[in-house]
Design a protein around this ligand. Structure first.
Ligand code: FAD
Length: 425
């Protein structure tokens, strides 16, 4: 009799380690297969470094087929065209169909540049969301440095990823100082957040003061409650929205270089599947990371539907950071283990937000536990140690992906020492 098949869809930060942890938890009880749309894994958190040439793209890349083979995990890089949950099948881009008993969706975001006219790397702004975008952003930055001008950086309406926006603004500041060009570059931080340091989490610890003073000390002006109406070559058109939703001011911001994080949507392979996704294409999941309509489908990472922490004048999404994603991974692996033993799932991810925003010469770290206030742990701090910690995070995460390890010992040790756990139950 053949074993049940668990298919992991997507091999980014969440999908890759999910495959390793599920393999470990289901040994001898299930076969595991990964469907990716590329053979390589890229460490997305280091993309801002790629965009200023602090990292080469190859340094943050892992070629997955040999690792998956070594771990006994089937792997295809053909990519999924469509999930068919009523048939328990994934349709691949080459027309083949893969049957599954359990599906774990980890497809990350579709970048919604199309929601703002003239936005994105195909048009007038650069991006750090994908490593190839970041490599192109590095070329654009070199050209900009030959002929410096204003920079507009930040996160657009509906974005859910604010740490990298601050990180990139402050990395640009650091790199421009190193190139002795900072005095020729006026910088404006444009964000949908209602205040600096909100981060989609209504602030964490003192992120408001910490990030405001970072921006102030580095002469970066800001516009909050910002809604970008359009970009054209060298110009961003931005509305500043008041508490009641009316337009308080309009800004035309010239730029020689611009990067804003876009809003995210669910990817095409799942978008619009009734019962599976919400209107923006994010996967609906219960506290066990399981879809309420299709009980054999789990989801993790950026593709999961999480409501905003509260109303804001301009839409602001909730971030899904690395440790939060790892907590979803562990809950799913343990729940699948239970299901394979004929028991119902019981594990819940903690969804704790742990983030390191590095500026090259320092940084800000925060821990929000739980994600939505009031919290048991609400801590933020800044200093040079954050830069070193981020290098450590990159090094150890890439090692984990290269080795196929589900959770190295030191990581467990460090997180438990901080009192941060992945599972609630
Ligand atoms: P992804 O890593 O995006 O992976 C999704 C994968 O699914 C991709 O490989 C994609 O190719 C694949 N896929 C998509 N569609 C299909 C399909 N149809 N078929 C097959 N495969 C498909 N978090 C932190 O904790 N710390 C940080 O410092 C940090 N920095 C960040 C910096 C940036 C610029 C960004 C954008 C995010 C950052 N994050 C950070 C947030 C988060 O950790 C990352 O976005 C992380 O990569 C999300 O993991 P994921 O697995 O959900 O999605």
């Amino acid at each position: 009799m053949s074993l049940p098949r668990i298919v992991v869809l997507g091999a980014g930060l969440g999908g890759t380690i999910a495959a390793y942890e599920i393999r470990e938890a289901s040994k001898g009880k299930a076969e595991v297969m990964v469907i990716s749309d590329q053979e390589n894994y890229w460490f997305v958190p280091s993309n801002p470094w790629v965009a200023v040439r602090w990292r080469e793209p190859e340094a943050i890349c892992v070629h997955l087929p040999p690792v998956m083979k070594r771990k006994g995990i089937d792997f295809t890089a053909v990519g999924a065209k469509r999930v068919h949950p009523k048939k328990n099948q994934v349709e691949l881009n080459d027309g083949a169909f893969v049957d599954y008993d359990y599906l774990v969706i980890a497809t990350g975001p579709k970048l919604a540049f199309d929601e703002i006219e003239g936005f994105g790397p195909e048009a007038n702004t650069v991006s750090v969301c994908a490593t190839d975008h970041a490599a192109a952003a590095a070329d654009a930055f070199d050209r900009f440095c030959d002929n410096p001008g204003p920079i507009v950086v930040g996160a657009a309406q509906g974005a859910s990823c604010y740490g990298p926006a601050y990180e990139f603004a402050l990395i640009l500041d650091t790199e421009l100082k190193r190139r002795k060009l900072r005095d020729r570059v006026p910088m404006t931080f444009v964000t949908a957040e209602p205040y600096i340091g909100h981060l989609g989490l209504d602030g964490v610890g003192d992120t408001k003061s910490l990030l405001e003073s970072e921006l102030r000390n580095r002469h970066i002006k800001w516009i909050t409650n910002a809604r970008v109406t359009s970009f054209e070559a060298g110009m961003a058109h931005v509305e500043e929205v008041a508490e009641d939703g009316s337009v308080k001011a309009k800004h035309d911001l010239p730029f020689g270089y611009s990067m804003l994080l876009p809003a995210f949507r669910g990817v095409d392979a799942v978008f619009g599947i009734e019962g599976l996704t919400n209107p923006r294409g994010f996967i609906i999941a219960d506290k066990h990371q399981r879809n309420p309509t299709f009980a054999n489908i789990y989801s993790l990472g950026v593709c999961v539907a999480i409501p905003p922490v509260g109303p804001t004048p301009v839409p602001v999404g909730v971030p899904k950071t690395g440790f939060m994603i790892e907590s979803m991974v562990t809950a799913i692996a343990q729940n699948l283990k239970l299901e394979l033993a004929g028991q119902p799932p019981k594990h819940e991810a903690t969804w704790n937000a742990v983030c390191l925003a590095d500026f090259g010469d320092g940084g800000v770290a925060f821990v929000a536990q739980p994600q939505i206030p009031p919290r048991n742990l609400n801590w933020s701090s800044s200093g040079k140690w954050v830069h070193l910690a981020k290098i450590g995070f990159e090094k150890y995460f890439l090692r984990k992906v290269r080795k196929g390890e589900s959770e190295p010992f030191y990581e467990k040790l460090a997180m438990h020492a901080l009192g941060i756990k992945k599972l609630r139950f």
